[in-house]
Design a protein around this ligand. Structure first.
Ligand SMILES: [Zn+2]
Length: 325
């Protein structure tokens, strides 16, 4: 631990937040908080290079009720983008969605007339994007080569990271690559879990959005704002409470806390993976609906205290003369 260096600022000014988190693969993780960056970092002695990101199951295998809810949440996501760009329709707007996953968000944006490009490292998701939608799908990680290729075209109005930014190993470099892709005054929109939320304070190592296997960094509002400023952006807006993420986050975090397990229900329903778990975890998860009143109460407190589980932030591209690169 004495050798720990923050990967962003290279300082060793840190505080251990979580010690000895064991994942289903029995690999040990620790999480430390950099007092300089105001960002936490996951580290492990086992590099676990074979880790495979579990992909979502196809929407045709989920219940019609869940599909209706997801359509409503997509509408809410698109409404935020329309509010940021100050337009009713997204006709003619150019949007780059980095880490777009199964393309649900991208296709919802395209249905409002936007010209959307998705960059997604998981090739399998490409099959889920309708050929009729106005979505250009690039199967790749976001890197120098992709950025230079995209730079040859017209500039984007907005670049979005919908719960993909926390998966990046080099977030500051990525933001610096994004900046030249934007038109003058263009936006970057990031939604990530908030390590300084009530939900984390309650859940700690059982917090549903901690996910140490796939989240190398854990952001606070101040930390992410500082990073955006370093990359040449100015903060425009911080969205408050998110119905989609706060509702689900509290429900699964409560389940995790009660059963001392991690995301059993989510992995089963969303990814189609049954994590080896205790009998208690399986039984409690089967009757999870009875936890709903408690989930709703926790959401009410979150809403009243304005301390959401995720940071939902918009920043715009600053003119070059004010940029610290
Ligand atoms: Zn740091």
């Amino acid at each position: 631990m004495s050798k720990y260096i923050c990967p962003i600022c290279k300082n060793n000014c840190f505080q251990l937040l979580e010690d000895n988190i064991y994942t289903p693969l029995n690999i040990q993780y620790k999480i430390s908080w950099c007092q300089h960056c105001k960002i936490a970092h996951t580290f492990t002695s086992n590099s676990n290079k074979d880790k495979k990101f579990p992909i979502d199951i196809s929407s045709k295998y989920v219940s019609p009720f869940y599909q209706i809810i997801m359509r409503y949440f997509m509408f809410l996501r698109v409404r935020k983008i329309r509010a940021i760009l100050r337009c009713q329709s997204l006709q003619g707007k150019r949007i780059l969605d980095i880490g777009g996953g199964s393309g649900g968000f991208a296709q919802a944006l395209a249905s409002y007339g936007a010209e959307v490009t998705v960059i997604e490292p998981q090739k399998i998701y490409r099959q889920l994007i309708s050929k009729n939608s106005n979505v250009n799908y690039i199967h790749s990680t976001f890197n120098n080569t992709i950025a230079h290729t995209l730079m040859k075209g017209k500039k984007f109005d907005i670049v979005t990271f919908w719960h993909s930014f926390e998966h990046l190993n080099n977030p500051l470099s990525v933001l610096k690559l994004v900046r030249p892709l934007l038109r003058v005054g263009g936006f970057v929109y990031i939604c990530v879990p908030n390590i300084q939320s009530m939900q984390y304070t309650f859940g700690r190592q059982y917090w549903t959005y901690l996910d140490p296997i796939f989240h190398p960094f854990h952001y606070s509002v101040r930390g992410l704002s500082k990073m955006l400023q370093r990359a040449g952006f100015k903060i425009r807006k911080l969205f408050p409470y998110s119905l989609e993420y706060d509702l689900f986050g509290w429900h699964q975090t409560l389940l995790n806390r009660i059963t001392e397990s991690n995301n059993y229900l989510y992995m089963k329903k969303k990814k189609g993976i049954e994590i080896p778990s205790s009998v208690a975890t399986r039984y409690v998860s089967a009757v999870h609906i009875f936890l709903l009143p408690l989930t709703l109460f926790a959401n009410l407190i979150t809403y009243c205290m304005n301390n959401p589980s995720c940071i939902d932030i918009v920043a715009y591209k600053r003119p070059v003369q004010n940029t610290i690169l």
